[in-house]
Design a protein around this ligand. Structure first.
Ligand code: ZN
Length: 198
C-alpha cells in the first residue's frame, strides 16, 4: 500500500515538474521583454510586471467572450391600441445594468394615449398604480421618490421613445417583478413579467 501511494505521489511530482518546466519559460520571456522598456524604474517592479501581463491577457480573453453571449438590453414597443409588443422581459442575472427602451409607435398624444414602463415587485403593483394616478400626468403617473419603484421611463406619446438604465442589483433573488404602464386604466392590458435568468 505504501509503495502504491509512493508511486502515485512520485507520478504526481513528475507531472507537476513537467508542467512547471513547460509553462515557466513562456511567461518569463515576454515578461522580461515587457519590463525591459520600463526598467528605468526600480528592480522591485520586476516581480509585479511578471504577473501583470498574464493577468491582463486573462481579462482580455474574458471580456472578449462575455459581451458576445450576454444581452443586457431590450426594446419594447407600445401603440395606440394600448398594448406593449411583449408580455415578458428577460434579464440575465449577469447583467449589472440593463438598458430598457420604450418606443411609442402610435400617433396619439401622451395626454390621451400616453405610455410608460414602471417596474416593481409584484406585490407593489396595485399601490404604485393608484399612487401614480394621483400624482398625475406631469409626474409621468409615478409618485415622486416612490421607493417601491425599481425603475421607470417617462410617459411618452406617439412617435416618442425613452430609454432607461436599470441597476439589476435592485432585483432580489426569489422575488417576482413586473413591468406595466401606470397611465390610468392601462394596466389591464399593459402588464408583463420580468424574468431573471442565469
Ligand atoms: Zn399606457
Amino acid at each position: 500500500m505504501k509503495i502504491y501511494l509512493a508511486l502515485i505521489s512520485a507520478a504526481a511530482l513528475a507531472l507537476t515538474a513537467c508542467s512547471q518546466e513547460a509553462s515557466q519559460p513562456e511567461p518569463t520571456a515576454p515578461a522580461a521583454e515587457a519590463s525591459a522598456p520600463a526598467a528605468s524604474e526600480v528592480a522591485e517592479t520586476t516581480a509585479a510586471s511578471e504577473t501583470a501581463p498574464a493577468a491582463s491577457e486573462t481579462a482580455a480573453t474574458e471580456s472578449a467572450d462575455v459581451p458576445a453571449e450576454l444581452n443586457c438590453e431590450a426594446v419594447i414597443e407600445s401603440d395606440d391600441a394600448m398594448k406593449y409588443n411583449t408580455s415578458e422581459i428577460t434579464v440575465n442575472k449577469a447583467c449589472k445594468e440593463f438598458k430598457l427602451t420604450l418606443k411609442h409607435v402610435g400617433k396619439m398624444p401622451k395626454t390621451a394615449m400616453g405610455h410608460n414602463i414602471v417596474i416593481t415587485d409584484s406585490s407593489n403593483v396595485d399601490g404604485v398604480v393608484s399612487d401614480g394616478a394621483a400624482a398625475g400626468v406631469d409626474a409621468n403617473y409615478v409618485k415622486a421618490g416612490d421607493e417601491r419603484v425599481i425603475a421607470h421611463t417617462k410617459l411618452i406619446g406617439g412617435g416618442e421613445e425613452d430609454a432607461i438604465i436599470i441597476d439589476t442589483s435592485k432585483f432580489a433573488a426569489g422575488n417576482q417583478y413586473e413591468f406595466f404602464c401606470s397611465f390610468p386604466g392601462h394596466i389591464g392590458l399593459m402588464r408583463g413579467q420580468i424574468k431573471l435568468v442565469d
